[in-house]
Design a binder for this molecule. Sequence first.
Ligand SMILES: *Cc1c(COP(=O)(O)O)cnc(C)c1O
Ligand SMILES: [Zn+2]
Length: 385
Amino acid sequence: MSFLTHLECPICSQSFASEEIQSFCSDCQSPILARYDLISAAGVVDRDEVVIRQQGMWRWHELLPVHNIPNITTLGEGDTALLPIGNLDILQRSINVWIKDESTNPTASFKARGLSAAVSKARELGLDHLAIPTAGNAGSALAAYASRAGMKSTTVMPVDAPKAIINECKLYGAEVVLLDGLISDCAKYVAQLVESGEWFSVSTFREPYRLEGKKTMGYDIAEQFKWLLPDAIIYPTGGGTGLVGMWKAFKELRELNWLEDSKLPRMIAVQSDGCAPIVKAYESGEDHCEFWTGAKTIAGGIRVPHSLADRLILEIIYESGGTAIAVSDEDMRSAQHKLSTQTGILSSLEGAATVAALMKLQADRTIQPEDKVVLFITASGLKYL
Ligand SMILES: *Cc1c(COP(=O)(O)O)cnc(C)c1O
Ligand SMILES: [Zn+2]
């Protein structure tokens, strides 16, 4: 089973017991990361045996945080398709561009991976009521997995969250709270109620195990590319769990000695020009982000004015030789239209942002035609109709 040993703060290296309920490092205001005994795992787990296991995120269970199999709460998440992009007239030469299509996950977004891991671990730790501040997708994923685990859930969303997602949460039986504000206001609301002791918050990076679910996107890519990682990954970045998670996965795979080549991809964060705290910090060479005031974009999943993982995200972008780039709402809409009409993929606007970013990065030669690039379609466009 799991080779999880403890949790660790990446800033001060303080260690936290994984047998107890944990949140984040309050000394550093940083997320804490799950650590595994990878040396023992490398001796016991055979990469090529994992490949032939039944599909799904939990086939990586030795590298995930749950010790007792009955606690695993799954709806069939993970192992999504990696598709050649096909013919997209806006790209110069699309032969090396791949789409990681996360829209086929349960609840139609990649948030399913994170919430499957978080709910499973919460069950193992004996929690029974989980709450989440969310732009939408994390809420419906929590609602679904909580129901599956027999737990209660509360989702706190901005009033302008997509109608379909609000209804989705209600259908799963979640308590739905709508606030007139941004996700950061929803986070404050949840934090206050968590202090009352009734709920446990699975807010992005304030709960350490959603990251573990999201990191499996990195394992998927490694396996799908036969353990030779692509040159660049373009990721629509809000809280940054996927970006931090994949980077963690690549480092773990390297430590396990499962990669054919130790070169890691350039990690590229895409944001909206109406909410681009990471792009702004990256462009001025900062090691942390300022809170983005007046955040405004039609892409709710990346309308995140501040992430608790800001320092980690920037470090990864610098270390990997990646970049951070902003695109306009208009560019996202037009990329979404091109994608659906020319490739048959109905992407959310956040996913479409990666296509808009790739156009710019090809134009300024940050991405070369021979580069192998992966774009993340993080959710289905259906959720916003
Ligand atoms: C949550 C979300 C994102 C941002 O994900 P992070 O990993 O938190 O940066 C992007 N796209 C969609 C559709 C989302 O729901
Ligand atoms: Zn710390």
